[in-house]
Design a binder for this molecule. Structure first.
Ligand code: ATP
Length: 269
């Protein structure tokens, strides 16, 4: 396993306009992350300590990772995403060092956002590796406690589908003290998400996106993205078999929806 499997540093390529719905979440992110970066002097002038970690939580596939990435893009930061589960499972022994290394790399860059996906995978682990999972968490906490946003230009975000399972130590002030709920898409959001994923595809006049958003209650953003892809696959397949390329029709969506059921069913129970 290489470092690339554990974390990835990139210039983010998606921004708020690429995320359908979630307007309240975007506004919360602006206040918590973007303004402290873009209006640093004001925050300092009023003695507001910005830069506490943010924990994004909510059902799977609804845009937590996208939101973290877009936050980085919106404030001109580099995005360092950490596959948290890989740290625990693969880098036995060296894991704490790697947490430190990730923070060191982030500090060297100009402005960075570090994003820990599936943070619950280290913060709740109860197994034979519990001790070293604890060491990883302790190192993470030590690094977060040491972040001084005035000089570091560094923010830490994390995501989880299981906020109730998070070690309370992670939630203390200065750490992941701010929780932001990323909900499943409502009707308007589903419409916006479908528009985004159909923007670059040829669609027939008979395709009624409003109606599609109505019949996709409980479908996540990831489900909707998949539905658009699968619907496009139908005329693509036909064209590959020699047919005339045609636009994507309502019928294609109906075919796809018969097979693909909503994935957000049990999350709230
Ligand atoms: P998980 O909890 O499973 O990690 P997540 O909440 O981090 O999921 P993302 O990785 O952000 O979800 O979303 C997965 C994919 O679903 C995205 O790459 C995108 O194609 C699509 N998607 C999800 N939400 C939205 C949205 N609000 N607007 C547009 N696309 C979306």
């Amino acid at each position: 396993i290489t470092k690339d499997d554990v974390f990835l540093k990139e210039i983010p390529d998606i921004g708020f306009p690429d995320i359908g719905g979630l307007e309240d979440v975007k506004e919360e992110i602006r206040k918590a992350i973007i303004y402290p970066f873009t209006h640093k002097e004001l925050y300092q002038m009023y003695g507001q300590k910005a830069g506490e970690g943010i924990l994004l939580y909510g059902p799977p596939g609804c845009g937590k990772t996208m939101m973290a990435k877009a936050a980085a893009k919106e404030c001109g930061a580099e995005f360092i995403s950490v596959k948290t589960s890989t740290i625990v499972s693969k880098w036995v022994g060296a894991s704490e060092k790697n947490i430190k290394q990730i923070f060191d790399i982030a500090r060297q860059g100009k402005r960075s956002i570090i994003f820990f996906d599936e943070i619950d995978s280290i913060a709740t682990r109860r197994s034979e590796s519990e001790d070293y999972a604890k060491r990883v968490v302790n190192e993470l906490l030590a690094q977060m406690d040491g972040v001084d946003t005035a000089s570091d230009d560094l923010l830490v975000l994390a995501a989880t589908n299981e906020p109730w399972a998070i070690d309370p130590a992670l939630r203390r002030p200065g750490r992941f003290s701010k929780l932001v709920f990323v909900p499943e898409p409502d009707l308007e959001a589903r419409k916006a998400i479908l528009h985004i994923h159909l923007k670059k595809r040829p669609i027939d006049d008979d395709l009624d996106i409003s109606y599609l958003s109505e019949i996709t209650d409980s479908y996540s953003g990831a489900d909707l993205a998949a539905i658009c892809k699968e619907a496009a696959d139908i005329p693509l397949g036909e064209a590959l078999r020699g047919g005339n390329p045609r636009k994507i029709k309502m019928q294609d969506f109906e075919t796809v929806l018969q097979k693909r059921k909503p994935s957000i069913v049990s999350w709230y129970i």
